[in-house]
Write a protein that binds this ligand. Structure first.
Ligand code: HEC
Ligand code: HEC
Length: 393
C-alpha cells in the first residue's frame, strides 16, 4: 500500500518533462563533462603506440588474439559473451571500456589500482593473450615505426640482447629470466610498465557517444521543456524509479553511474563463478602486484590514489563483493553481472525487483550496508519503464 501511495505521488511529479526542481539537481549530478578526446588522426605518439598494442594479434600466443578480440570496438569494447575466449576461456564477463578511465579500481574485483597496470596482466595470462613482456618488447623493437613511437614517448629503448625467449610461461617465471641480474630485470619491467601507460593513454580516448539521456540532461540544465519532451515518457518514469523507489542511485551515481566501490548484491553464481571471492581476493592480488601504485614502477607513489591502496585492508565481509559497474552504453553490453549470468536488462531488473535467483545479503557488508538490495516489488510496468530508462544511457 505504501508503495502504491509513493508511486502515486511520483506519477504526479513525473508528468512535468522537466521534473520537479528538487530532483533536477540530483539528476544533473549524472551529467558527463563534455569530454574532448583526440580523434585517431591526432593521436600523440603515446596514444598511437597504445592503439597498436591494443589491436595487434601478432605477439599473442596463438598469433590471432588481441585485446580487441574481447574488447570489440563495435560492441562498446566488450564481446557479448558470459565466458569470454582469449587463447583460452575465462569465467568473468568482459566489461565494456567506454569511460573506463573514470574508475578508481579496475576489474570486477578491483585487483588493479591503475589503468596502466591493468593492461599488463592480460598480455601474460595463458587465458588471454598468452604472450609475455619480452615477446612484446621484441615486437616493438623489430619495427622501426613502433620503436620510434616508444622512444618519442619514453626515451631510450632497453637492450634486448642475451635474453631468454620468455620471462613468463604458463603463469610461472622462466629460469632464464630469473637468472638475469636484478638491474636488467628492472629495466625491462620499467619498459613493460611504459607500454601499459601507452595502452592506458589510448583507453582514455574511449568515451560513449552522446545519448538520448545526455540530450535530456542538457534540456534540464537549460530548463527547456520542448527539448525535454523529446525524451520518452517511459524513460522519464524509469529515471524517477531509479532515483526514488529503486534506490539504484545509491550505488550507481555520478557521470559513470558507479560509486566505484564494491558491494555484495546477493547474486547466486553457478559453475566456476560460484567460487569467485570478488573483492576479497582482489585486494590480495593488488597488494602483491609489483605494478601497483606503491611499487617501484609507479610514477605516483604519493597522492590520493596511492593512499587509497595503502589504506586497503582485507575483511571477510568483502567476500563476494564486486565493483559497481558503470551503466553507460548498457544496451550494447549484454550479458550482465560479473558472471555474465543475465542475458538482458529485463532479467537484471527482475533480479533487483523480485530478487530472482538471489540470496539474502548479510547486513552491513560494503559501504552502505546492503540493506539497499531488498526486493523492490515493482509492477511489471514499472520494471519495463526502468529498462526503457537504462536503454537511453
Ligand atoms: C579473453 C578476453 C580478454 C582479453 C584478450 C582481454 N581482456 Fe580485458 N577484460 C576481460 C575480462 C573478462 C575482464 C574482467 C576481468 C576481471 O574482473 O577479473 C577484463 C577487464 C579489463 C579492464 C578493466 C575494465 C574495468 O571496468 O575495470 C580493462 C581496462 C581491460 N580489460 C583492458 C584490456 C587490455 C588492454 C587487453 C589487452 C592487453 C585486454 N583487456 C585483453 C577480457 C579480456
Ligand atoms: C548496493 C549497491 C547497488 C544497488 C542499490 C544497485 N546496484 Fe546495480 N550493481 C551493483 C553491483 C555491485 C553490481 C555488479 C554485481 C555483480 O556483477 O556481481 C551491479 C550491477 C548492475 C547492472 C549490470 C551491469 C553490467 O554491466 O553487468 C545493472 C544493469 C544494474 N546493476 C542496475 C541497477 C538498477 C536498475 C538498480 C536499482 C533497481 C541497481 N542496479 C541497484 C550495485 C548496486
Amino acid at each position: 500500500m505504501y508503495g502504491l501511495l509513493l508511486l502515486a505521488t511520483v506519477v504526479i511529479q513525473v508528468e512535468d518533462p522537466l521534473l520537479p526542481q528538487s530532483w533536477r539537481e540530483q539528476i544533473l549530478d549524472l551529467a558527463r563533462e563534455e569530454v574532448i578526446v583526440n580523434a585517431p588522426k591526432d593521436f600523440t605518439p603515446l596514444q598511437k603506440l597504445g592503439e597498436e598494442i591494443f589491436f595487434a594479434e601478432e605477439f599473442s600466443g596463438d598469433g590471432s588474439t588481441s585485446c580487441a578480440t574481447c574488447h570489440d570496438p563495435g560492441q562498446a569494447f566488450q564481446d557479448g559473451l558470459s565466458h569470454p575466449r582469449g587463447v583460452q576461456k575465462i569465467h568473468r564477463d568482459t566489461p565494456g571500456l567506454w569511460g573506463v578511465d573514470q574508475q578508481r579500481w579496475f576489474g570486477w574485483d578491483g585487483r588493479w589500482d591503475s589503468l596502466w597496470s591493468q593492461a599488463l596482466e592480460p598480455i601474460e595470462t595463458p587465458e588471454e593473450l598468452d604472450s609475455d613482456r619480452l615477446i612484446l618488447l621484441r615486437w616493438i623493437d623489430q619495427n622501426p615505426d613502433r620503436r620510434k613511437l616508444f622512444e618519442e614517448s619514453f626515451g631510450d629503448f632497453p637492450r634486448l640482447d642475451d635474453l631468454p625467449e620468455r620471462a613468463r610461461e604458463n603463469s610461472e617465471w622462466t629460469a632464464g629470466y630469473q637468472q638475469l641480474p636484478e638491474e636488467r630485470r628492472q629495466r625491462l619491467n620499467r619498459a613493460f610498465s611504459d607500454l601499459g601507460r601507452a595502452v592506458a593513454a589510448y583507453e582514455k580516448t574511449l568515451q560513449a557517444p552522446k545519448t538520448d539521456f545526455d540530450r535530456y540532461l542538457q534540456a534540464l540544465a537549460d530548463e527547456n521543456p520542448q527539448e525535454a519532451r523529446k525524451y520518452p515518457a517511459e524513460a522519464r518514469y524509469g529515471l524517477a524509479i531509479f532515483l526514488d523507489q529503486g534506490r539504484c542511485v545509491f550505488c550507481h551515481n555520478g557521470p559513470a553511474f558507479s560509486d566505484g566501490e564494491f558491494h555484495d548484491t546477493g547474486l547466486i553464481s553457478s559453475g566456476s563463478s560460484s567460487r569467485d571471492s570478488g573483492r576479497y581476493g582482489g585486494i590480495l592480488d593488488l597488494k602483491r602486484s609489483p605494478f601497483n601504485l606503491l611499487g617501484e614502477y609507479s610514477e605516483e607513489r604519493t597522492g590520493a590514489a596511492a593512499d587509497r591502496t595503502r589504506r586497503l585492508r582485507r575483511d571477510s565481509k568483502m567476500w563476494g563483493a564486486f565493483r559497481t559497474p558503470g551503466l553507460r552504453g548498457l544496451s550494447r553490453t549484454a550479458p550482465y553481472f560479473h558472471d555474465g549470468s543475465r542475458a538482458d536488462l529485463s532479467s537484471v531488473i527482475r533480479f533487483y525487483s523480485r530478487r530472482e535467483n538471489a540470496r539474502p545479503v548479510h547486513q552491513g557488508a560494503g559501504h552502505h550496508g546492503e540493506r539497499l538490495v531488498e526486493p523492490l516489488n515493482l509492477t511489471p510496468d514499472e520494471e519495463a519503464m526502468l529498462v526503457e530508462f537504462l536503454k537511453t544511457l
